[in-house]
Design a protein around this ligand. Structure first.
Ligand code: BTN
Length: 245
């Protein structure tokens, strides 16, 4: 992956760059990395702080041979790849995955993942995997209200981190896990994800489109949904929700 590499100084969002290349027929593994995004996007329509030279802001094109409903599995795969890469580059930092795909250090977010997909006949035509890692941001790079929720690797570890090494490790881990996924399906990814999760086993409030539920997430189902044990002993599987509270 990344052999078709497009390096950009400033873009609105690397997601849009890769979408455009995908529509022009670009191959799986095409990667766009930007030094700066001036309209970086997060999940749920949020903006993503992407100042110049301080983070890894990149998007990867995938063309997995899977039905569209399985595409969230690739979010979980990406979270595992990012957490393994960060652990390699900054050993000693304890990184947890908050379902579905935020990387946390000490309860604060260091990285986010945004999947955007296009479908044809209910199969995936392409997926754009957006990865944002807050590497060398300083406190003044964040809006005030994010400082109790977000942190960079530099702030968490006390020293600057080599972005090029980190990108190389992310791509290596991604390629390894993606190969495993295509060969063996989601099961090995699920095991790796569960081992790194900070969401499982804790009483959690989940805001879903159908309302708020409270329970203890116990694991993932075979599609990547979160299996939650409710207080009355019944079970719910949640495919999309916000965790908090
Ligand atoms: C989130 O946690 O809300 C997802 C954040 C995703 C950010 C990355 S940075 C590279 C790519 N381009 C974007 O505009 N967003 C993603």
């Amino acid at each position: 992956f990344g052999r078709q590499l497009h390096l950009r100084e400033v873009v609105a969002s690397t997601q849009d760059e890769v979408r455009r290349l995908a529509e022009q027929g670009a191959a799986e593994g095409t990667l766009v990395i930007a030094e700066q995004q001036n309209q970086g996007r997060g999940r749920l329509g949020r903006t993503w702080v992407s100042p110049p030279g301080k983070g890894v802001w990149m998007s990867l094109l995938l063309r997995p041979p899977v039905p569209l409903p399985l595409s969230p599995q690739l979010t979980l795969l990406t979270a595992v790849a990012l957490s393994r890469a960060v652990s390699k580059v900054v050993p000693g930092l304890s990184i947890g995955i908050k379902w579905p795909n935020d990387l946390l250090v000490g309860g604060k977010k260091i990285s986010g993942i945004l999947l955007e997909s296009a479908a044809e006949d209910e199969r995936v035509k392409y997926i754009v995997v957006g990865m944002g890692i807050s590497v060398n941001l300083d406190p003044e790079d964040y809006p005030e209200e994010l400082l109790d929720k977000a942190i960079s690797l530099k702030m968490a570890s006390g020293s600057p981190v080599d972005r090029v090494q980190l990108i190389a490790d992310v791509l290596e881990e991604f390629e390894l896990l993606y190969g495993l996924y295509l060969e063996q399906g989601f099961e090995p990814i699920r095991t790796l994800w569960e081992a790194r999760s900070v969401t499982l086993g804790r009483l959690t409030v989940l805001r879903t489109a159908q309302g708020t539920i409270q329970g203890i997430p116990r694991g993932l189902d075979e599609m990547g949904g979160l299996r939650v044990e409710l207080e009355d002993g019944s079970w719910r599987t949640v495919y999309s929700a916000e965790i908090g509270g």
